[in-house]
Structures are given as structure tokens and as C-alpha cells.
Design a protein around this ligand. Sequence first.
Ligand SMILES: [Zn+2]
Length: 167
Amino acid sequence: MIPPSPACRTEVARRADYRAFYENYHELYLLYAQARIPWSTAAADVVSAAFDDIAFVWTTALSSPSAAALAWGLLRQQVAGSALCPSCRPACAHCVLRPAMADAVVLHAYIGISLSETATVMGLNRGDIGALLCGARRRLADSHRLVRAMSHMGLHVQEGGDGRGSC
Ligand SMILES: [Zn+2]
């Protein structure tokens, strides 16, 4: 695939639908990046690079089943390149959980946005997010390492409890 020229990207950046997407998601993308990258200037750069990636594929994204899901994948990829995983200590949620599960934990449990908002930004439905969080809790109940990961993420969990909550 031939990458669009910078001029094309600027063109996309001026489009009302892209601008609206940027306005809606920029702040939350930044909070997510800051949660995973210890240096806030790096987090801002990473988010900016992710929006560049999104601009590259914007037309494709609009005709895909979920532009939000496609964009989220690009953001996660950019952030993963700058996060310390898998060597961060104590291990974070992304070191020990599947990426989508860990993202749901960061957004809902750590940043504290609602299930609906978490679903919207990840391009999933509420039921998917509930299932991801339940999966995370189940894994938490099974692993000592996860207990540390979850407390690192600001979750208050009882070590030795069944960890299943309302699942
Ligand atoms: Zn990590």
C-alpha cells in the first residue's frame, strides 16, 4: 500500500468527521497513554502519532464495521511501543492480561469511565466489556502476580477472595 502524502493527511485532518472524532477521543486517548507510559510528554507524542496513523486510514476506517475499534487498535499499537511491558515492575495489567482485557481494566477500573464509555471508545458493546472485566477478575483470583498488577492499576481487591465480584 502506498502511504498517502502529507498533503493528503492534512486534507483528512481538516475533514469535519475526522475533527469530530479527534475532539471526542483525544482526551481519553491521552489518559490511556498516560496510564501506560510513565513520561507524560512521551504519552502526548504517542497519541499524536496514533492520530496520524488514524488519519492515514480514515476513509477505510469509516467504511469498516467500527471506526472506533480500528482507531483503538492503532492507539494500542502505538502505546505498546513506548510502554515498558513486559519488563515493567510491578507488572501492570498489560503484562499479565490479554490486551483487550487489560485495556478494559485501565479504562474502567483505573481511569474510571463508565462501562458504556469504555465500550464506545474501544468500539465494542457493553456486554463485551463486562465479559472482559469478568475474565480479568477470574484471572486475578488465580494468580498472585495478577493481584499485584491489579493493585498497581488502582483496583482495590481482596487477596484470597474469589475475585469474581458480580460475574
Ligand atoms: Zn507492563
